[in-house]
Design a protein around this ligand. Structure first.
Ligand SMILES: C[S@@+](CC[C@H](N)C(=O)[O-])C[C@H]1O[C@@H](n2cnc3c(N)ncnc32)[C@H](O)[C@@H]1O
Length: 225
């Protein structure tokens, strides 16, 4: 008998953890930084940081920081800010820690987005890059609720991911991506709906075609005062 199980992002690519690692499988993690540089992800990170209006007196959290590239970029852009990267993958976190070696004001914690080990209202900004499509549908709402909880009133989440108003007209990468289940939860207005249902005021800030990912879309989600 064929067993029909709902699509799970977490078990995709034969992954054996209860989270989907940055490159899909542990063995590919050493290629992640080179791959993402080649795909132009640093420009996506820079654009997200430009939108986030980070300040030196901010406490900033990246949820799903992986190997730490965005967390470190945020810290470099605001040398007096306190920046934390959280991710469930200890292998990715050791790489992040190695790269941040010697930088004050930055730390990395092993944590899941849906169970953040931080106090209510602790952060001024939260960042999330290319993380949401790694989550199973049933943890997305708890994750959004947790980010809302750890932001202060008026604090903002800046999120970028593959998807948004992506259509086959966006090119071959979009057509390939749209054939899989991977980003279905990110398409159309699914992301703003998720964030609004959690209690955020959410706006799409920008969207751009991307030669390797099809389309990436940037959101700003504010915790109401
Ligand atoms: C594609 S990587 C993105 C890493 C980094 N944000 C970047 O832009 O390069 C997705 C990350 O999400 C993390 N992740 C998977 N499940 C998670 C969860 N439940 N909570 C937080 N992060 C998660 C993975 O471990 C991985 O590091």
């Amino acid at each position: 008998m064929t067993e029909h199980r709902p699509h799970s992002a977490t078990t995709a690519m034969g992954n054996r953890h209860d989270y989907l690692p940055a490159a899909g499988r542990d063995a590919l993690l050493p290629t992640y930084d080179l791959l993402t540089r080649t795909l132009g992800v640093p420009r996506v990170h820079q654009r997200l940081i430009d939108q986030a209006d980070l300040r030196d007196d901010h406490k900033i959290l990246e949820v799903g920081c992986g190997t730490g590239n965005l967390t470190i970029m945020a810290r470099r852009s605001r040398p007096a800010a306190e920046v934390t990267g959280a991710d469930p993958d200890p292998r990715a976190l050791s790489r992040a820690e190695r790269k941040a070696h010697g930088l004050p004001g930055i730390r990395f914690d092993r944590a899941y987005g849906q169970e953040l080990p931080y106090g209510d209202g602790e952060f001024d900004r939260a960042l999330s890059s290319l993380m949401l499509h790694h989550l199973d549908d049933d943890v997305k709402a708890p994750m959004a609720a947790e980010i809302l909880r750890v932001l202060r009133p008026g604090g903002r989440l800046h999120l970028v991911d593959v998807g948004g108003p992506m259509t086959p007209a966006d090119g071959p990468a979009a057509r390939l991506t749209l054939r899989g289940h991977h980003v279905a939860g990110n398409l159309g207005d699914n992301i703003p709906r998720l964030l609004r249902e959690a209690g955020f005021d959410c706006t799409e800030v920008a969207t751009q075609r991307h030669r390797a990912m099809g389309r990436v879309t940037y959101y700003r989600a504010t915790r109401p005062d």
